[in-house]
Write a protein that binds this ligand. Structure first.
Ligand code: NDP
Length: 607
């Protein structure tokens, strides 16, 4: 029990000691810090190249090479690409070609079909274009198949299958100065031309593997969660993995993906071993089917309003009502309670405001830890499942069956005390000198993050005067508003490339899509040859990004390692946070809105 009092916040009523928790968080972080940082991971090469193949299409697809021309080519058929295409359609652009590596639209929801795959963000704000499609999701938190179906419905409604190149992997795009067109080369030998190119390659799309010694020695069956092998496990995204009933299954990783598939593995496998390095925070899910009487109350414009409401609250702003009202915004509700008890934040020193936020966070995470004790019967296992870090140090998890899975006799949590799996052998996995023999080993080890942009996209962009994006952005991004980059005219980046990060990712993608559509529409209406960020505008934006980058640095430096803080190495270079505007998404969206409202395309050179 703490007796410390600050000027305005009374800590005497807390049922935890902030200093003890701070020390515990520090210890838990320190034992996980590794010198090799990002280098601990490897790309799925060698025996693992199949991990990036598309298991959802017939192998051997081929078609005639294309060398035609389109007005706008969009690379990526996930939400970023779809939204950009839709906003362009609304602006009257007819000649659009979608280029997508997968066999269909959907992006992350095309690839991730593991059992239990579900969206952690409320469907009513997460699904793009609900009002445009006159669609309401079935549940508050949707399962993957419905999200994939919605992606296809968007593509159908806006005729994006017409002229699309699916199962097509871009290998390079190159600006041809003589004709002011981009030449897009692909794995089908295409050399298509496009006047404008928008790249929505997606984040967290390339599976990554841990560089665990002996990783290629295992003789049993293995796969990565993003290419779930249903031929082996049987069942589908809803579970029913009957192929595992006589199998000893191991899973490495306990991130957001593992949290969703582990209950299904636990239900099906003869034995399940969960190899944990850092526990996720597992908050309540509390899913519900959509209430039709609520749907009937919705007025036009409701979705944008709900998205804005969530975004403002989830970034610490105030709204009269919390419309989404879930585990993402909980912490901020706690904060408001603390601030009100302290006579509200007006006049409170920044230090005290920070303290109030930290206390709100401690309260949230104490609740998450208490939940583990409450649900998991074996208290030693419960203790191992408790996360000791601030809620947004890692991607928070939400699940109502995950913790209970560890009450099954057939399920064993193998906690690695923050060190990770020691070694993989022919027969299984070694932790702390003990070998766990397995028939099947599943990698729930996430996706490439923090490496440079072209490593993640898988192709280079060659702009004016042979400028290669791989070189220009080798060590860090350099953009104007996150979407343009000098030397790359008529070319737009969509995603976390010095833009405003939102927990509800499609929200920021939509704001970028509107912006890009505005610029391209201007280009088409005015028959311009090229639109390019000026060096000055870009330098100013990069300086702004760098100036504001400090805002999250201190917070993440104290976090347990993960992709949010570049595996504990800080967020310079290509780190996840380096791709974000430090002023937050609300401010970022306003910058874009104001820029468009001014109508002078300041910072762009038009030829
Ligand atoms: P993550 O990168 O979040 O998790 C990877 C896991 O692998 C971590 O638990 C990590 O431990 C563990 N790991 C890595 N190396 C080792 C090792 N050597 N030994 C043992 N464990 C190891 O990947 P996910 O696929 O879970 O999630 C990626 C992202 O996808 C999420 O952060 C989220 O943004 C998104 N997602 C979203 C969902 C949604 O609802 N919308 C659902 C699922 C995913 P450690 O933590 O110690 O690094």
């Amino acid at each position: 029990m703490s007796t410390t009092k600050t000027q305005t916040i009374d800590l005497s009523q807390l049922n935890f000691d902030p200093d003890t928790l701070r020390e515990k968080y520090r210890q838990e972080r320190d034992k996980r810090i590794r010198q090799d940082g990002l280098e601990q991971y490897q790309k799925p090469t060698g025996d693992f190249t199949g991990y990036v193949d598309d298991p959802y299409v017939e192998p051997g697809f081929s078609r005639e090479a294309l060398n035609d021309e389109v007005e706008v080519a969009i690379i990526g058929g996930g939400f970023g690409g779809l939204l950009t295409a839709v906003r362009l359609r609304e602006a009257g652009v007819k000649d659009i070609r979608m280029i997508e590596k997968g066999g269909d639209f959907g992006g992350t929801w095309y690839w991730n079909r593991y059992p239990g795959a579900q969206c952690d963000v409320e469907s009513y704000i997460y699904f793009p274009l609900l009002e445009e499609l006159d669609y309401i999701p079935v549940e508050k938190y949707s399962h993957a198949p419905e999200i994939l179906a919605h992606s296809k419905a968007i593509a159908e409604k806006y005729q994006l299958y017409d002229n699309a190149c699916l199962q097509t992997e871009v290998t390079e795009i190159r600006w041809d100065q003589n004709i002011s067109r981009w030449i897009i080369a692909t794995n089908h030998g295409d050399t298509m031309k496009a006047r404008f190119v928008a790249m929505a390659n997606g984040l967290l799309s390339r599976p990554k593997l841990p560089g665990i010694p002996g990783i290629d020695a295992f003789k049993g069956h293995t796969f990565h969660t993003s290419r779930w092998d249903y031929a082996y496990t049987k069942g589908n995204a809803e579970g029913g993995l009957s192929g595992l009933k006589d199998k000893r299954v191991g899973i490495i990783g306990t991130g957001a993906t593992a949290v969703q598939c582990i209950p299904h593995l636990g239900a099906a496998a003869k034995e399940l071993y969960v190899f944990q390095r850092t526990p996720s925070s597992i908050d309540v899910r509390n899913n519900a089917t959509t209430d039709q009487s609520w749907v009937e109350t919705l007025e036009p414009g409701w979705q944008q309003q709900r998205m804005d409401n969530f975004n403002i609250i989830a970034t610490g702003g105030q709204q009269d009502e919390d419309l989404v009202n879930d585990g993402w915004t909980d912490i901020f509700r706690n904060l408001q309670t603390i601030l009100s008890a302290a006579g509200n934040s007006a006049g409170m020193s920044p230090k005290d405001q920070e303290l109030a936020m930290e206390i709100a966070d401690f309260q949230k995470m104490e609740g998450v830890r208490a939940r583990a004790s409450h649900i998991v019967k074996d208290q030693d296992t419960a203790e191992k499942l408790k996360p000791y870090y601030r809620q947004f140090c890692k991607r928070p998890g939400f699940h109502d069956e995950y913790l209970d899975t560890f009450n099954q006799d057939s399920v064993t949590l193998v906690d690695t005390l923050g060190q990770g799996v020691e070694r993989i052998t022919e027969k299984g996995v070694i932790v702390d000198g003990k070998e766990y023999e397995l028939d099947c080993l599943i990698f729930a080890t996430g996706f490439e993050v923090g490496t440079n942009y072209t490593s993640q996209s898988g192709y280079d962009v060659i702009g004016k005067a042979e400028t290669a994006l791989s070189k220009k952005w080798a060590n860090s991004l350099s953009t104007f508003h996150g979407m343009h980059s000098h030397s790359f005219p008529n070319c737009y980046f969509i995603g976390f490339t010095q833009t405003g990060y939102t927990a509800n990712v499609p929200h920021t993608l939509n704001e970028q899509a509107k912006h890009i559509a505005y610029v391209i529409q201007y280009g088409l209406d005015n028959e311009v040859t090229s639109i390019e960020a000026s060096l000055d505008a870009e330098a100013e934006w990069v300086a702004t990004i760098n100036r504001l980058a400090g805002m999250g640095e201190e917070f993440y430096a104290q976090c347990t390692p993960g992709y949010y803080n570049n595996e504990g190495k800080g967020n310079g270079g290509n780190g996840f946070l380096a791709g974000q505007y430090g002023g937050g998404p609300v401010e970022f969206f306003k910058i874009l809105d104001d820029w468009r409202a001014a109508g002078d395309l300041a910072g762009l050179e038009i030829r």
